[in-house]
Ligand binder design. Structure first.
Ligand code: SAM
Ligand code: GLN
Length: 222
């Protein structure tokens, strides 16, 4: 029995549910989390008929991109990941839902917005790695020992990927387009401040998860 080694249940059964979808997952991708289901709600609430092109950066299993494409109509949904393994898992999930999706999903491999160079986006959604190397020891063993480090951890106190995306996104977003980030609850204020200091965003919002913790930061391109 694989679970004896502490393998998370979702990897043992090869499936995880996320909103309306049951996704195939394995150790190449993060097991999608319940807080990220809330991120999708907050994104969908802000989408209008003018939100035609949306990108999920760091798509992992495809949870966010495929939920957006399943639940709403966009002209294009981009799903990118720096991990080619993740892109392959997400694309396989997309293939199994192909007939049920309301929007077409395109997959790209590469770091942050590099694979979308030249595209104009109405919205960018990202659940980046946001745990610092110093915090590794605080993670539960089933997370630390099984889930991809690339999905969980990053430098600069867990902010390097977020910081780089905040810097890149204004060049890709249309005026009035929005950036939606999942963040570590202890760093929401820091991320909001980082966005404010950038100067190219307005309407900066810190939103709560279902446990009442500050978990998402949204902002609009001026
Ligand atoms: N979006 C999925 C979800 O919410 O379940 C996965 C999120 S996981 C926390 C972060 C994802 O970002 C991983 O799939 C990881 O491979 C990817 N990633 C890490 N650094 C990245 C980068 N510089 N550019 C693009 N993707 C990156
Ligand atoms: N929320 C996840 C955890 O605590 C981490 C996800 C992330 O780094 N984006 O394990």
């Amino acid at each position: 029995m694989k679970r004896a080694g502490g393998m998370p249940l979702a990897y043992a059964v090869g499936r995880a549910s996320f909103r309306h979808l049951t996704l195939d997952v394995d150790e190449r991708v993060l097991i999608p989390r319940v807080e990220t289901e809330v991120l999708v709600d907050r994104v969908l609430e802000r989408c209008t008929p003018k939100t035609r092109t949306i990108a999920d950066i760091g798509t992992g299993s495809g949870a966010i991109a495929l939920s957006l494409a399943f639940e709403a109509e966009f002209e294009r949904v981009f799903a990118t990941d720096v991990s080619l393994d993740a892109v392959n898992v997400a694309a396989a999930n997309a293939a199994s839902f192909a007939k049920a999706l309301k929007s077409p999903v395109e997959f790209r491999n590469g770091s942050l917005l590099a694979p979308l160079r030249g595209e104009k986006l109405d919205a960018i959604v990202c659940n980046p790695p946001y745990i610092s190397f110093a915090e590794i020891t605080e993670l539960p063993p089933d997370v630390r020992d099984w889930e991809p480090s690339l999905a969980l951890l990053c430098g600069q106190d867990g902010l390097s990927v977020t910081r780089e995306l905040v810097a890149q996104a204004p060049d890709a977003l249309v005026r009035g387009g929005f950036l939606a980030l999942e963040v570590d609850t202890v760093r929401a204020g820091t991320v909001a401040e980082m966005i404010a200091v950038d100067g190219r965003y307005s309407e900066i919002e810190v939103l709560l998860d279902l446990t009442g913790r500050e978990r998402f930061v949204f902002a609009r391109r001026v």
